[in-house]
Design a binder for this molecule. Structure first.
Ligand code: GLA
Length: 725
């Protein structure tokens, strides 16, 4: 049984293959967070670890056994503000009478086999067991259900909450986090993924300090700037050893992740929807559901934490049938043409892909309305006849003649002021009449919190997919939210705009994936600005960054791999000098970095030399050979590009029969001592043949002694393909 309840001591014990999570029903039916870590036998009552002491200025709740009992110092599963806990709350509600005081206490629980996905929100499926714990604020009747799902094999536990209004009057939910957990000792480093446009998911690792430290987004999307993920690692934890807690949120809108280190050395860690600007009206009888947080604990360092997340997101997230199957090798015309193309030019590009081994041509921005620059036409999802007088058909037919398929770019959540859509529906943009508003990339956000907008998008974007043979969609989102005011919502519901937008975005994506199940959807938001599990539920791969430079991509892809499996990252070989960095890098390096993900190209094939064409043919052949490892392999980070002058990683099939490793030198250094690469994850008892060296090695030798690396100049790379004999 993955979930046990000791009814004598009233202790819940959630177990996975290697971990235990325990909490108990404590004095006065408060939920006491007891333990998360390595697996424990039995169901010990760990509340006995609690050291009683009277804490000055920590008030005792009514009926507390003695002065030691104060909510301010008791580790609590889902804390609220207004009673005696002054630390960060997980839930906040304003009642009809203006009161914001709540005091949730345990009422009952259920344990059921299997799991159900959340209503209206993307979440994991295929869990082993589910625990639901009902809490109630007795004076008002407000109910809260805490939901825990255990995924035994992959060491994952998910959490979410439902707030149910049973008060007999409307209430406003002002804060509703997905999880809260009190760790007894805050002696950890907090790890986050911060960044910016063209520099996403850099790794930040800083010691926790007293007070609240937080990451998050108030930008309307999960953002380039912080990713909805936090880890807490023992100070000595490395890739391979040490305790690490990881938390990831399946959500694509405003979010917060925070840790509050209290004066007594404990830490409260929390994640969920960002409370800034959030206020959700709940009529009597209605329920608010929080997004799902995915938690994992690894006693074997960051590498195992990441592999647990990868398994969760590869095997338990989403319903698209394109997950875990080889994705097409794509060529995208953005960096080849930008907006400057017409039918003839595109036909030439498609024609020149012949014989390269590319599966799909994707037509990027500029094919619709009268879009010749980025100042118009978003919302007008019909063909730009000035550029494409015969529509998309000649392009599609040209692709098909060559055994390729056709893909198309959309940016459905946007509206340009210069568009037919805006002229017909100026109130469909998020903004407030009588107040100046910001433009981002000269565009506005379409108010997807509105039902009529959702219908319009289903009809227009769906119509293009229905009427054309399109096998691939790149879905972009190129600005963040400002003046988030909806003309369609009443005053008391304006605090719902951000979350309603996300809910309708998910409905729209569900509509498209259900109606066009064979289409591969690729997410994008100015590159990797919405790289989160909420999007991955519907769109199995995401354009990782608008920075396509192979050397910058080392850090971006390495950081992204903390949480997300390499198959979820789109990576393309682009031109050299690179358009974002002006850096010149070898073809081989660009290819090996891009092949460590969902692979493709982003340049003008008409400009290739014969030698380069041959190189591309070899690359696409190689990718077909290794793509199974990228999809299904366990991922090991070998060398950290943030800390060393190189970057290396490898993929090992779960049965350890095959592996491949990539090593990239950043700058060449005189007398650089690092000349050996040690592999991970192999079978130490087995013998492996390395294709590139045409030699056999013991798995133990490869992992513990390593292989000698060839001399590599600036930005050069090498790879090793291993087969078990
Ligand atoms: C964003 C994307 C790019 C490209 C452009 C088109 O920046 O990330 O890949 O599609 O938009 O405008």
């Amino acid at each position: 049984m993955a979930i046990q309840f000791d009814s004598t001591n009233r202790v819940f014990h959630l177990t996975t293959k290697h971990t235990s999570y325990l909490f108990s029903v404590f004095d006065h039916n408060y939920l006491y967070t007891a333990y998360y870590g390595r697996k424990l036998r039995g169901t010990p009552d760990l509340s006995r670890l609690w050291q009683k002491y009277p804490s000055g200025f920590s008030p005792n709740y009514e009926g507390a056994p003695d002065v030691n009992y104060a909510l301010d110092i008791i580790p609590t599963e889902y804390p609220a503000y207004g009673g005696g806990d002054f630390r960060c709350p997980a839930v906040g509600v304003q009642f009809e009478n203006g009161s914001r005081i709540i005091d949730p206490q345990y009422v009952s629980h259920t344990i059921t086999d299997g799991s159900e996905e959340l209503e209206g929100l993307p979440s994991l499926s295929g869990g082993d067991q589910t625990l639901e714990v009902l809490l109630r604020d007795e004076p008002t009747g407000l109910a809260i259900v805490l939901k825990y799902i255990v995924f035994e094999d992959i060491d994952v536990i998910t959490r979410s909450a439902r707030i149910i209004n049973k008060t007999g009057a409307p209430v406003t939910v002002t804060e509703a986090l997905s999880m809260s957990m009190d760790l007894p000792i805050a002696d950890y480093d907090m790890i986050g993924l911060y960044g910016a446009h063209i520099r996403e998911r850099q790794i930040d690792r800083s010691p926790m300090r007293h007070g609240t430290q937080s990451v998050g987004s108030r930008r309307g999307t999960s953002s380039h700037h912080h990713n909805p993920f936090m880890a807490f690692a023992e100070k000595t934890a490395t890739e391979e050893q040490g305790s690490v807690y990881g938390i990831s949120l399946i959500y694509s809108g405003n979010w917060i992740g925070r840790a509050e280190v209290d004066p007594f050395g404990g830490a409260r860690v929390q994640m969920g929807i960002h409370p800034a600007g959030f206020a959700w009206r709940l009529a009597d009888g209605e329920t608010f559901v929080t997004p799902e947080a995915v938690m994992t604990y690894s006693a074997e360092g960051l590498g195992q934490m990441s592999r647990n997340f990868h398994n969760a997101y590869r095997y338990h997230l989403g319903h698209t049938k394109r997950r875990n199957v080889r994705r097409p090798i794509v060529i995208n015309n953005w960096e080849a043409t930008y907006f400057d193309f017409d039918e003839e030019k595109l036909l030439g590009i498609i024609e020149s892909c012949k014989g390269l081994g590319i599966d799909t041509f994707v037509l990027d921005d500029g094919w619709f309305g009268h879009r010749d620059t980025d100042n118009s036409s978003l919302g007008d999802w019909f063909v730009h006849t000035g550029k494409l007088p015969h529509g998309l058909t000649p392009l599609i037919e040209k692709c098909e003649e060559q055994g390729m398929t056709f893909g198309l770019w959309f940016e459905p959540e946007m509206i340009s002021e210069d568009s037919e859509l805006y002229r017909a529906h100026p109130d469909w943009a998020l903004k407030q009449d009588g107040r100046p508003f910001c433009r981002g990339r000269q565009q506005l956000i379409l108010d997807l919190s509105r039902e009529d907008v959702l219908e319009y998008l289903e009809k227009t974007v769906g119509g293009v997919l229905k009427n054309n043979r399109i096998s691939y969609v790149k879905w972009d989102m190129n600005r963040h939210f400002t003046e988030a005011y909806s003309a369609a919502l009443p005053p008391e519901r304006q605090g719902e705009v951000f979350h309603r937008f996300v809910l309708n975005l998910y409905r729209f994506m569900a509509y498209l994936t259900e109606n066009f199940p064979d289409v591969v959807f690729e997410g994008c938001s100015g590159g990797g600005g919405r790289f989160d599990p909420g999007i991955l539920y519907y769109q199995p791969q995401i354009w990782t960054s608008d920075d396509s430079d192979a050397i910058e991509r080392l850090k971006i892809q390495y950081g992204t791999s903390m949480v997300y499996p390499p198959q979820s990252m789109t990576a393309h070989v682009s031109a050299s000098p690179n358009h974002q960095m002006n850096r010149v890098t070898p073809y081989n390096t660009r290819a090996l970095v891009a092949m460590s993900a969902s692979f493709g190209y982003e340049f003008n094939p008409l400009q290739l030399t014969d030698e380069e064409r041959l190189a591309i043919k070899t690359q696409t052949e190689r990718y077909r050979k290794v793509s199974d490892m990228v999809l299904k392999g366990d991922f090991y980070r070998l060398q950290n590009p943030f800390e060393t002058n190189a970057c290396a990683w490898m993929f090992v099939l779960p049965d350890k029969s095959k592996a491949c490793a990539v090593y990239v030198r950043q700058l060449n250094l005189p007398a650089d001592p690092v000349t050996v690469l040690k592999f991970r994850g192999l079978d130490p008892e087995a013998t492996y043949h390395i294709e590139e060296l045409d030699a056999d090695f013991g798995g133990d030798e490869l992992m513990y002694a390593g292989v000698a690396l060839p001399h590599l100049w600036d930005f050069e790379a090498t790879c090793f393909t291993l087969t078990k004999k």
